[in-house]
Design a protein around this ligand. Structure first.
Ligand SMILES: [Zn+2]
Length: 78
């Protein structure tokens, strides 16, 4: 449950990600909607990029290996 791989982020995205607490990181990575599973899932093989102060995460669903993504709004980083 607690095994989360090191994400592959762009330098800007990594800077944003570093601002989050460990709790928030876990929360974000384990609350990603999967359209195939029709439920919240954990995202694995994460890569991330920054977009206008927000963070865009892309990766795979831990359950079905389908592509999932999550947008982390900039108010997470204040
Ligand atoms: Zn899934």
């Amino acid at each position: 449950m607690t095994i989360i791989q090191m994400p592959k982020f762009t330098p800007t995205a990594a800077k944003l990600w570093a601002k989050l607490s460990g709790e928030h990181k876990k929360l974000i990575l384990s609350n990603v909607w999967c359209g195939a599973c029709k439920t919240e899932t954990t995202i694995i093989n994460v890569n991330g990029k920054a977009e206008r102060g927000c963070l865009l995460l892309n990766g795979d669903c831990i359950k079905c290996s389908g592509k999932v993504g999550r947008f982390v709004e900039d108010d997470w980083f204040v």
